[in-house]
Ligand binder design. Structure first.
Ligand code: ADP
Ligand code: MG
Length: 602
């Protein structure tokens, strides 16, 4: 027997596959969440960085102003040339500052002499100016004090405002007044610049200068000690651009709102990334995902709100990042599948090995069994051979005395030809018994060691005639009558005489033994199908199916011990087969039997 398949189930492999897939999905979810959080967090970091840098940049501008103030407190006077050198130096690195100016306080009684002095400096048509209602520059109307742009650098670009009374204009005046009141720097609301510097959003800061420096926290200085203002104006877009230069990613929208402006709703400015300029905006557009960052910075007495939102450029960068969770998912699932396949293969290999081992074991036990069988058969055949040798020895030993007895009996027969019938019959019985015993021994010898064919041409009828008389003497209780019906033809064949005698004897003996008293056994000769045929017909007990199917089994007999050995038909069939003939038996239980011996014609 061979096993081809073993019942395999792979719970471990499936567990690995499912667990792997589940872990991948979980990793995907976690990675997505994390990426979202990172995108949000990164955005806030970027926005916060921008605010800090912007705030630092505007404070730098304020520091410039405070440094300038330092010069005024350091010496008696700052000359125009000195002012130019200082400011030129500042412009060389502080690029967002559009101009720096010195605005001395000129009280009305000093106006003429002041204007006169400036004209003497070489500005022949100098006078203090202001804007008329049409926005044109004119000679200033009379006021108690003036703050003209006396030094203004760079001068060429700012010539139109040279002498312009800053306090004459409301936006500037408000900042100046607050600066003066607080003794601190103050910024104006945003203005669109008047100068030719750029058409952009700008902020002007003023810082008051007094006769002497008094550190903050002390009592406010009186108006009489106010010498004037140092002021500067810077370009907010430029400030932003400078402070954000080189920042990645660029894709962040910025708004700036002046919260201090009473009209702050109208002063939302949007930083246009392409133009690098602030443009007026009506509203802050809030993104759907709520990614918005707001921070108020305090600058020179004003509150500016910085607002940031992501631009499409930022989302594009973020999209690239959103590929990662998918990569995690695909990688995870692929790995699980590979692992699953690998485990399947390993399990398959193990199962195959198990199967092989089982099959080998089976084969081994199989051949073991065969070996045992062969051993047993060997012992058996040795036993049989020994038994055969024994039977042959015994048979020969018995046959010798039997022939001596037969010789003696035949001698007596001859001597007692005239003796009593009684005596003659007894001698006859002895003779028949000896002959019968001799045939039984022949059967045993023939079965154990078949003798070789020693053939000669014989008439079939002769063969029957030579055996039949023996039965006339048969010592049997069943007194069946033997009827011989010989064929009128000479039927010649090549046979081993003795052996065919034995066959006829065996078959006829069976027929007589099956018959009851008064029965008839017919022995017929004839020809059929190219054979010489001897038919032995009886009307005795017949044979059952079961008996018929066992007839040629050695030692099969239905007779009681001492009556039958079960070799008669076996030997008969062997002999006939050796003669290339046939032995055909027809019988039914209770209906007698017909046994036909077919022998090839000579
Ligand atoms: P034995 O005569 O020693 O039993 P045989 O080989 O001669 O052995 O016969 C085997 C058996 O076949 C017999 O025991 C008998 O039952 C059956 N048999 C043979 N010939 C006949 C017959 N003519 N009628 C009935 N039974 C027969
Ligand atoms: Mg017999």
């Amino acid at each position: 027997m061979k096993i081809n398949k073993s019942s395999l189930n792979y719970p471990i492999a499936y567990f690995v596959l499912i667990a792997g897939a589940a872990l991948s999905v979980l990793s995907f979810a976690v990675a997505s969440k994390l990426d979202n959080a990172m995108t949000k967090n990164d955005f806030f970091v970027f926005a916060s960085d921008r605010t800090i840098l912007f705030e630092k940049a505007v404070i730098d501008d304020l520091n410039v102003l405070q440094t300038m103030a330092g010069f005024y407190y350091a010496g008696e006077n700052v000359e125009r040339d000195e002012f130019r050198v200082i400011t030129e130096y500042i412009f060389s690195w502080q690029h967002d500052i559009m101009s720096i100016s010195w605005l001395p306080r000129v009280i009305n009684i000093d106006r003429r002499s002041f204007e006169e002095a400036v004209r003497e400096e070489g500005f022949s048509d100098f006078c203090i100016t202001e804007l008329d209602p049409e926005g044109l520059i004119r000679n200033s109307l009379e006021r108690s004090e003036y703050f003209p742009m006396y030094y203004v650098e760079p001068f060429e670009e700012n010539k139109p405002i040279f002498g312009f009374d800053a306090a004459s204009e409301p936006v500037r005046r408000l900042a100046m007044e607050r600066s003066r009141a607080g003794g601190r720097p103050m910024a104006t609301a945003w203005v669109k610049t008047v100068s030719g510097y750029s058409d952009n959003l700008a902020c002007r800061i003023f810082i008051p200068i007094y006769d002497t420096y008094v550190s903050s926290g002390q009592a406010r200085q009186s108006d009489d000690t106010l010498k004037g203002f140092v002021s500067l104006i810077f370009d907010i877009a430029k400030t932003a651009e400078m402070s954000w230069r080189g920042l990645q990613p660029r894709g962040i929208n910025a708004y700036i709102v002046d919260k201090s402006d009473p009209d702050s709703e109208g002063t939302i400015f949007f930083y246009n990334l392409k133009k690098q300029a602030f443009v007026k905006s009506k509203i802050v557009i809030e993104p759907k995902d709520g990614l918005i960052w707001r921070k108020i910075i305090n600058f020179a007495g004003r509150e500016w709100e910085m607002i940031y939102t992501p631009s499409p450029e930022y989302y594009a960068a973020y999209k690239i990042r959103s590929v990662r969770p998918w990569a995690v998912l695909i990688l995870g699932i692929s790995l699980s599948i590979v692992l699953f396949a690998h485990i399947l293969e390993l399990l398959g290999r193990t199962a195959k090995i198990e199967l092989d081992v089982k099959n080998r074991t089976l084969e081994l036990s199989d051949s073991n069994a065969k070996l045992k069988n062969a051993q047993r058969e060997l012992v058996q055949s040795e036993k049989e051979a020994a038994l055969g040798r024994f039977s042959v020895g015994i048979s020969h030993e018995v046959k010798n005395p039997l022939s001596v007895i037969l010789g003696g009996v035949e001698y007596l027969e001859a001597k007692l030809a005239n003796a009593d019938n009684d005596i003659k019959q007894n001698v006859n019985i002895i003779k028949k018994s000896v002959l019968s015993a001799n045939v039984i021994l022949d059967n045993i010898l023939q079965y154990v060691r078949p003798s070789s064919l020693n053939v000669d041409i014989t008439n079939l009828n002769d063969l029957v005639n030579e055996v039949a008389p023996l039965f006339k003497l048969q010592p049997t209780t069943t007194k069946a009558e033997i009827v011989v019906e010989l064929s009128p033809d000479r039927i010649l064949m090549k046979v081993a005489r003795n052996q065919i005698h034995q066959v006829i004897f065996n078959v006829v003996k069976n027929a007589i033994e099956a018959s009851s008293a008064g029965g008839k056994v017919i022995i017929k000769t004839g020809k059929a199908e190219g054979f010489g045929v001897i038919s032995v017909i009886d009307s005795g007990s017949g044979m059952s199916e079961q008996v018929l199917s066992n007839l040629f089994e050695p030692f099969f007999t239905t007779k009681r011990p001492g009556k039958g050995v079960g070799l008669g038909l076996v030997v008969a069939k062997n002999i006939i087969d050796n003669h290339k003939g046939k032995l055909v038996i027809d019988s039914e239980e209770g209906k007698g039997a017909v046994v036909r011996i077919f022998l090839p014609l000579a």
